[in-house]
Design a protein around this ligand. Structure first.
Ligand SMILES: Nc1ncnc2c1ncn2[C@@H]1O[C@H](COP(=O)(O)OP(=O)(O)OP(=O)(O)O)[C@@H](O)[C@H]1O
Length: 274
C-alpha cells in the first residue's frame, strides 16, 4: 500500500477540491483501478467525501458510476488502490462487514422481500445490522423484540410509509418501493449512505418528495454519496459533484462549477476524446 493510502487510513484532512480545510473525510477512494477483461471501467479514481456532505457522482451511461459504488460496498474488488472509510480499509472486506462498519446502500432496483410485510422488510436489515448477517432463522426467533419493530416503524415514518406497514412489500407502487428501500437503509443508522439513482423511474412528484426526504436527512448530518442522472436532483442536493466519463474523473467541484465545465458538456453530448 502506498503512502497516500496510509495517509487516508489515518483519516486525512482534505485541504482542497471544494472541501474546507477542517472537514473530516469519512470516505476516501484512493487511486482505484478496476478492469473487466480489457475494459478499464475505473482508472485512477481518487475522491474524498466529507462528513455530513452530499457528494454526487454523475456521468454518461457506462462511465463507471455503478462500478465505483460496487467497489465501495465490497461487491467488487479493485485491481489496485483502496477504499478507506473512517480509517478502515474497505477494499477486500465482504459486504456484510462493510455494512457493520456503518455503510449502507440503497440499490437502483429495489431489493425487497415482496411477500413480507413492509414492516418486516425493514425489521430484517435492522436485525442484520445488529447481528451481522441476514439470518432469517434468527429473524424469526427475534421477531417479538419490540425494539427492532419500533426502530423499523420509525424508519417507515421517516419515509412516509407508516400507513403501509402491514401491506405486502410487493404490492407497493414503484415510488413507494424505492422509499421502502430507503427505510431499509436508514434503519441501520448508517454513517454513510450510498444511493444508486434514488429517483430513477419516479414521477416528478415522487422525485420532489424524495428530494425533500433526502434534504431532511442532510439536515441531520448524514453523509451521502448519490449516483444520479437527474440534474434537478443533483443540483437540489449535492454539496460536491464528481463527474466520471469512460472510467475517469473529468471534473469535480460544486454543482455550479461542474455545470459550466466544457469537458462535462462534451462528455454528455458527444463522448470524451483522449
Ligand atoms: N460485471 C461486468 N463485466 C463486464 N463489464 C462490466 C461489468 N460491469 C460493468 N461493466 C462495464 O464497465 C463499464 C462501466 O459500467 P457501469 O455500470 O459502472 O457504468 P455506469 O456509469 O453505472 O452506467 P449507467 O449509467 O448506464 O448505469 C461499462 O462499459 C460496462 O459495460
Amino acid at each position: 500500500m502506498g503512502a497516500k493510502t496510509s495517509r487516508a487510513a489515518q483519516g486525512a484532512k482534505n485541504t482542497d477540491g471544494g472541501i474546507g480545510r477542517m472537514d473530516n473525510i469519512v470516505l476516501h477512494v484512493d487511486d482505484v483501478f478496476k478492469s473487466f477483461g480489457g475494459l478499464h471501467a475505473l482508472s485512477d479514481i481518487d475522491l474524498q467525501v466529507a462528513e455530513g456532505k452530499t457528494h454526487a457522482i454523475i456521468g454518461p451511461n457506462g462511465a463507471g458510476k455503478s462500478t465505483l459504488l460496487n467497489v465501495c460496498v465490497g461487491r467488487l474488488k479493485p485491481d489496485s488502490g483502496a477504499v478507506v472509510f473512517n480509517g478502515s480499509i474497505l477494499s477486500g472486506r465482504p459486504p456484510h462487514e462493510i455494512n457493520q462498519l456503518g455503510v449502507a446502500r440503497v440499490f437502483q432496483t429495489p431489493e425487497i422481500f415482496p411477500d413480507l410485510s413492509v414492516l418486516d422488510n425493514v425489521v430484517i436489515p435492522a436485525l442484520a445490522k445488529r447481528d451481522g448477517a441476514f439470518a432469517i432463522d434468527a429473524w424469526k426467533a427475534m421477531y417479538s423484540e419490540g425494539e427492532l419493530k419500533d426502530k423499523a416503524a420509525t424508519a417507515l415514518e421517516d419515509v412516509g410509509l407508516q400507513e403501509h406497514m402491514g401491506q405486502e412489500g410487493g404490492s407497493l407502487s414503484r415510488g413507494d418501493k424505492r422509499r421502502l428501500e430507503l427505510a431499509m437503509g436508514l434503519v441501520q443508522d448508517p454513517l454513510l449512505l450510498l444511493l444508486d439513482e434514488p429517483t430513477a423511474g419516479m414521477s416528478r412528484l415522487d422525485t420532489n418528495r424524495t428530494i425533500e426526504l433526502l434534504q431532511k436527512f442532510k439536515a441531520r448530518g448524514m453523509t451521502k454519496v448519490i449516483i444520479e442522472h437527474d440534474m434537478h436532483v443533483v443540483f437540489s442536493l449535492a454539496d460536491k459533484v464528481t463527474v466520471l466519463a469512460q472510467g475517469r474523473i473529468i471534473a469535480e467541484g460544486t454543482p455550479d462549477e461542474v455545470r459550466g465545465n466544457p469537458a462535462v458538456q462534451e462528455a454528455y453530448l458527444g463522448g470524451v476524446h483522449e
